[in-house]
Write a protein that binds this ligand. Sequence first.
Ligand code: CTP
Length: 401
Amino acid sequence: MKTIVLGISGGIAAYKSAQLTSELIKKGYDVEVIMTQNATQFISPLTFETLTKHPVLTHTFQSIHPESVEHIRIAKRADVFVIVPATANCIAKIAHGLADDMLSTTFLAAQCPKIICPAMNTAMYQNPITQHNLQLCASYGIQIIKPQQGLLACGDNGEGKLADIDHILQHIEAACTPSLLDGLSIMISAGPTQEAFDPVRFLSNPSSGKMGYALAKVAQQLGAKVTLVSGPVQLPPPINVLLKQVKSAQEMFDTIKQHYKDQDIIIKAAAVSDYRPTTIHDEKIKKTEDKLSLTLVKNPDILAYLGEHKLPHQILCGFAMESEDLLTNAKEKMIRKNCDMLVANHLKMEGAGFQGDTNIASILQGEKIESFEKMTKEELAHIILHKLYTLYKGKEEKSIC
Ligand code: CTP
């Protein structure tokens, strides 16, 4: 049984930690709770004692097991340490290594994966000092689950509302399994393709590659052997990933055909140009005419090819970006291309689509559709990879039976 240490600092969102605790217990985790003095003003320790069946720690020198030093005992027990909510004060303490209460002391002593979920007034959250402290925390490897926009308890409407409990839960689960993808080979395609028609001009699209690169980074962190087939992008390659750079859809197709048989999971996040010019002129086209016509020919559909040639153990995940009838079109694509899963996002939604750091996605698997709130592409990558892993394991178990 994995142990989650749940730290609660003193913000109004503290009451939401009770629901999180309950969900964690239902999922079979052992939960130990540490509350700051201020947190106890918002919700009683008794709530958490009742849910977790453990005493709640609120004081640095509270001695529940006199044979051991309490904060070290808890820090060692933790498989994941999560602070929900993390106030500006709590974040500042963590960022600078302060240890002046039970929560900050135990957090400093813990060596497991750590997650903090900020929740506070918008001005406090957006204050450069808080932002700098969050960056510091991130630089120490602490995962930060960004707050949402919304109506805050103080009456303001803006950024600072605690992330969705379900969303936090998914991150805790992902962090509990840091080597989830150990031994698996995953190929990810990312970015746009460029379809040249003379030496200096091409047809393309505005894909930044951020979603595919986030998937590659997270898959690598989770232990997978990653092959990243990337169209031209302006992003640094993720570490420890086999990067194959391509330009055109045909080059992407050729590279993927070379490697796909060695993969357990394939994710096609690339925005492949559907058509290419029939002719690539050897020399730069001169603007002698008033009108220029290009004849285009269809590119190979790489995802459809992979669906058709899927090996029995493989899991295939496509993406779909639509400007209308999102779910109907996405479902049709998933079936037509024989995908096990499809991530759909709406081109016209603010916070989704090309270029940005966030996405608003729906994930389709068979008849099941799950829609998610806006989140960073890295957060979405965690969720996608978790689901693909579950599908992969399911297939593996079926084949053994
Ligand atoms: N895709 C592909 N090869 C293509 C076109 C698309 O592998 N030539 C993949 C994309 O990487 C994505 C999925 O197919 O995973 C859906 O891409 P999308 O552009 O949304 O769909 P299309 O099949 O191109 O259909 P349409 O443009 O008509 O919506």
